[in-house]
Each structure stands twice: as structure tokens, then as C-alpha cells.
Design a protein around this ligand. Structure first.
Ligand code: 3PG
Ligand code: MN
Ligand code: MN
Length: 583
């Protein structure tokens, strides 16, 4: 459901502007009319570089602000050079469709908003509503899995934290309660520890909380236990097919009941395995009974729910669970199960086919409009962020809209490393590919995601994150230089904060220490706003940021970019951030 209003009703307060309200895009037949209206003054045919710096927010300068500490001359000059062509926009909370203003932004909701130009209630919110109303138990998906409750086991697999990026513990708690009240007699939970969207070390507490809940269920006659676990980055939650071994490790523990580490208690398991890895990278383990037998492998006749609402890091497991033809790794045993996702993760692949809550219907994205309006697009990132500028950008839809108008290029990411050891990642290669695409003049829009600030920021390694930010800045320079050469326009922005603040703080902004006096490193995203800068020789004289959209957020970027391509955005898009004044 999109937030209507701003896009439909806004009127321009500056009488110098050139923007006008246009009617909704539905024709009388109810069909979408894809043709965009020409912009009254801005020209078509300019090459636009659209650069998303992943995890690049704006925060006060101090030693934990890696963007501030790093040498970032290109981004600095964008900020200092042209005050009416640089501003901040909102990238967290309700501005990107999350339940509350305390919810930090993330790549899925950020790129959805950037690409779709409107704010959709996101998975986190939709699951909250479905649980609160009880509708989650009335849908097809729950009915489908509940057929197994009489004879089989209900398995819940997902990320165990209150990070709110991929999943939320309180939703899992409600689901456990709801399913057991509706007949689930035997429940096994397969946990993935976090430490990335929440503080490292917090997993112990989340597992204790879950164990308490499961103990209460047992008191009520439900045989409920944790069955397996592992760290999210090492077990199960890979994305964009970067490393299938990650998913295989999870499969072995969750489905086959096999793992290198066996414990009788999950809290002990996490505490012990933390001696050699952090929460994100815990080795896989299974919980065994007194005879060393796994307590919860997935068997014929069982039901499985993956309880993450976010798509990217569940798609690979969903394929392994659902596809009959599957050759990414040897599954050894493929149980006959009833599987449902918390949401449907891929709208194009219809994966998984059963789900508990309908995903947001992110339709009429800017990418789809642009292919209908002669705008040729090139999109590129390295594997770990490739789906961000394609799949998320296009409303969680895999594939192109029109391969003749679009080219998507993926640069293979390094596999099996934490990115603090390679903080430059593939920034240079992304910059080169974008540069070549711009200079080829074959594309009107060259869109990239530069991952460094985010991927290295998540490791919590401050020095490496400084190197990462410098590399990202160099990639921006490479791209804006190419834009200079072809007389084009650049739009540089970010999807949410991360590298600009690497420490947990109290309410007055002071860094916090744990009980041993160690600084509490923030591996997660932040709630800070992100910059957006426009410029380049192709930017028409008199184009500048309006000052009447003070609350502008990521969803306002799509209309802005459509204007720069020479079009007026559909009337229900969030308003453009720019105006063109006659000098
Ligand atoms: O999946 C991840 O890596 C983190 O949970 C969130 O990071 P992203 O939203 O930037 O991908
Ligand atoms: Mn991101
Ligand atoms: Mn991130």
C-alpha cells in the first residue's frame, strides 16, 4: 500500500519552478499508461550516472565517523561545492515504510524506495499487522503448513534477533504461540545468530529468551526445542548466489541433522562457539539428545517456515527447499515437506509458492517506466550488492523488464572472506565498468551500488572501514569524471547510514562501553540521513534542490531522476526534489 498524498496533492510554492501536477497514469481501460509526460523544460538524452553508496550516512565528525576520517575529496567537494545541489534525505523509519522511527534503514527498503518512487509498507510492518489481526493464521500459507501439524513437526528457520532488518524476535515469539495454539504439537527452531544488525555478543541473550519461551510451550504440552544453529554469514544467509557453501552448511544442520559441533543445549553452544568466532560467523551446530542423535532434522511430512520477512538472504534456501531440480549442492536427502516463507521473496519467480503474509505490491517502478520511455539503462555492482540495484530496485523482481533496453552487469565478489581484509572490494572494477558504460554512450542511465562503506562497516573494523570509504570515494570520482567527458549528469546518494558512525552511543551521543570497559562497536546500520548531490555539465542551468520538500527521503529520488531524464514522474510518485528556475 503506498502512502498517497504528497505526490497527488503537492503544489509548488515557488512560482519559478517548472513542475506541474499530472493525472494518474491509469488509462480508462484500467491499463497502466506507461508513457511519461515530457518535462516542460528539462531536456532528454543526457547520460545520467546514478550512484548509490551503500551504508553512507551523514553524522557529526569524530573518530568513529569513518567517512569523516577517510580521505574523501570527491564527496567533500560535492558537499562544499554547490549548496543548492547537495542536501540530506531521510533513509530510515517511516520514510522507507518501516514500522517506527526507531527502525534503521536497510538496503531492501532503501533500494525499493529509490526505485519505486513511493513508500510502501514493508515486510516488517505487514507481518506486524498480520500477527496483530490474526490474519496470518487465516491465509492459504498457514492452512497449507498446518495440515502437517497432526503428524509432523513444524520447523522455523531464520535470523534470531530484534534487528528488524531481516526478521524480528517478537514476531517469532508470536508465531510460536499462534502455531501451537492452532495445533502444532512438535516444533523445532533452527536459529541463525546475528551480530550484524545488532551488537555482536547479543545472540546469547536472544537464545536465552527463545529457550524460555520454548520451555513455557513444553509446560503446555508442546514438544518445542531449538534444533540447530549457526552464524548468519557462515550458515544459510548468503545472497545473490555468492557462495552456495553457506547454504549447504545450513542444509546439513537443519535438514540432515549433521554439523561439526554437537551440543545438548543451544545457549551453551553459542557461548562455546563464540570463543572462536563472532555472532555473524558462528560455526554450524546441531542439538543432540543423550544418545548424540540430532533432535530435529527435517523429515518427510514436516512443515517448514522461513521466518525472515526480507527476501535477499532467504531466496537461496527457498530454492533449495522448494525446487525439485536443484544442482547447486548435493542435498543428499530431500524431504517431502510443506514449505512456506514468511513472505513471498521473489515476485517474478513466485518463490516460495506458499507464504504466510503477502509481500508489498511494489508496482510501476521507475525502471519499468523508463524502459517504456526510451531510456536505456546499465546497472552494475559486485555480487554481494548486485541484486540491490536490480532486484530490490525493481520492487523485488528478478530479471530485466526489457533486455533490449537494459544491461545488468555483475562483478563477482570475493568469496569466503570478511571484507575488512579486502576493504577496497570491487569498487575500482565497478567504477571502471560504469565509466566504460558512460563513455560508450549506449546508455541513458548508468546505475551502480558501491558497497564498501556498508560491507566493511558491518565487520566493525574501524580502520578497514576508513580504507573502504576512501575506495568508494575514488570510484565516485572515476564515474563523475566520465560524466564530465560526455556532458552528462550525476546523482550521488546512499541507501542508509553505516560507516558514518561505528560506535553505540547514549542519548547524548557519548560512546558506550561494555561492563569490561570495551568500546561497544556498532556493526549495524544507523538512523542517520544520507546525502544526495546532483551536478555535471549536462545539468541544465537553474536546476537546484527545492526548499519546500524538507522531509524528502529516498522515495523522492525516482521523480528527481525522471525529471533529469526529461520526464515528469507519475502523479502518485513522491515529489521531485528539484526545480528549474529561470535565471
Ligand atoms: O544483510 C545484511 O548484510 C545486513 O543485515 C543489512 O545490510 P544491507 O541492508 O545493507 O544489505
Ligand atoms: Mn545497504
Ligand atoms: Mn548493510
Amino acid at each position: 500500500m503506498s502512502r498517497q498524498g504528497l505526490g497527488l496533492t503537492y503544489t509548488l510554492t515557488s512560482n519559478k519552478g517548472n513542475f506541474q501536477h499530472i493525472p494518474p497514469t491509469m488509462g480508462s481501460s484500467g491499463q497502466v499508461s506507461w508513457k511519461l509526460e515530457d518535462h516542460p523544460s528539462l531536456p532528454k538524452g543526457k547520460t545520467i550516472a546514478l550512484i548509490v553508496l551503500d551504508g553512507w550516512g551523514e553524522y557529526e565528525p569524530d573518530e568513529y565517523n569513518c567517512i569523516h576520517v577517510a580521505q574523501t575529496p570527491t564527496m567533500d567537494s560535492l558537499k562544499q561545492g554547490a549548496p543548492d545541489k547537495w542536501r540530506l534525505i531521510r533513509a530510515h523509519g517511516k520514510a522507507v515504510g518501516l514500522p517506527t522511527e526507531d527502525d534503521m534503514g536497510n538496503s531492501e527498503v532503501g533500494h525499493n524506495a529509490l526505485g519505486a518512487g513511493r513508500i510502501f509498507a514493508q515486510g516488517a510492518k505487514l507481518v506486524d499487522l498480520a500477527l496483530a489481526s490474526g490474519k496470518i493464521y487465516e491465509g492459504e500459507g498457514f492452512k497449507y503448513i498446518s495440515e502437517c501439524f497432526e503428524k509432523g513437526t513444524l520447523h522455523l528457520i531464520g535470523l534470531l534477533s530484534d534487528g528488524g532488518v531481516h526478521s524480528r524476535l517478537d514476531q517469532v515469539q508470536l508465531l510460536l504461540k499462534g502455531a501451537s495454539e492452532r495445533g502444532a504439537k512438535r516444533i523445532r527452531v533452527h536459529i541463525l545468530t546475528d551480530g550484524r544488525d545488532v551488537l555482536d555478543g547479543s545472540s546469547v541473550g536472544f537464545v536465552e529468551t527463545l529457550e524460555n519461551d520454548l520451555a513455557k510451550l513444553r509446560e503446555n504440552g508442546v514438544d518445542a526445542r531449538i534444533a540447530s544453529g549457526g552464524g548468519r554469514m557462515y550458515v544459510t544467509m548468503d545472497r545473490y548466489e555468492n557462495d552456495w557453501d553457506v547454504v549447504k552448511r545450513g542444509w546439513d544442520a537443519q535438514v540432515l541433522g549433521e554439523a561439526p559441533h554437537k551440543f545438548t543445549n543451544a545457549v551453551e553452544a553459542v557461548k562455546k562457539l563464540r570463543e572462536s568466532a563472532n555472532d555473524q560467523y558462528l560455526a554450524p551446530f546441531v542439538i543432540v539428545d543423550e544418545n548424540q542423535k540430532a533432535v530435529g532434522p527435517i523429515l518427510d511430512g514436516d512443515a517448514v517456515v522461513t521466518f525472515n520477512f526480507r527476501a535477499d538472504r532467504m531466496v537461496m534456501l527457498a530454492k533449495a527447499l522448494e525446487y525439485q531440480d536443484f544442482d547447486k549442492f548435493d542435498r543428499v536427502r530431500v524431504p517431502k515437506i510443506r514449505y512456506a516463507g514468511m513472505l513471498q521473496y521473489d515476485g517474478e519467480l513466485k518463490l516460495p509458492s506458499q507464504y504466510l503474509v503477502s509481500p508489498p505490491e511494489i508496482d510501476r517502478t521507475s525502471g519499468e517506466y523508463l524502459v517504456h520511455n526510451d531510456v536505456r539503462t546499465f546497472a552494475c555492482s559486485e555480487t554481494v550488492k548486485f541484486g540491490h540495484v536490480t532486484f530490490f530496485w525493481n520492487g523485488n523482481r528478478s530479471g530485466c523488464f526489457n533486455p533490449e533496453m537494459e544491461e545488468y552487469v555483475e562483478i563477482p565478489s570475493d568469496v569466503g572472506i570478511t571484507f575488512n581484509v579486502q576493504p577496497k572490494m570491487k569498487a575500482l572494477e565497478i567504477g571502471e565498468k560504469a565509466r566504460d558504460a558512460i563513455l560508450s554512450r549506449k546508455f541513458d542511465q548508468v546505475r551502480v551500488n558501491i558497497p564498501n562503506g556498508d560491507m566493511v562497516g558491518h565487520t566493525g573494523d574501524i580502520q578497514a572501514t576508513v580504507v573502504a570509504c576512501k575506495a568508494a570515494d575514488e570510484a565516485v570520482k572515476m564515474i563523475t569524471d566520465a560524466i564530465e567527458q560526455v556532458g552528462g549528469i550525476y546523482v550521488v546518494t546512499a541507501d542508509h547510514g553505516n560507516a558514518e558512525d561505528m560506535v553505540k552511543r547514549n542519548k547524548s551521543g557519548q560512546p558506550l562501553h561494555d561492563k569490561n570497559g570495551n568500546l561497544q562497536i556498532l556493526t549495524s546500520h544507523t538512523c542517520q540521513p544520507v546525502p544526495i548531490a546532483i551536478g555535471g555539465p549536462g545539468l541544465a542551468a537553474g536546476v537546484r534542490f527545492r526548499n519546500d520538500v524538507p522531509d524528502g527521503g529516498l522515495a523522492n529520488v525516482a521523480a528527481t531522476v525522471m525529471n533529469l531524464h526529461g520526464y515528469v514522474a507519475p502523479s502518485d510518485y513522491e515529489p521531485t526534489l528539484i526545480e528549474a528556475v529561470n535565471n
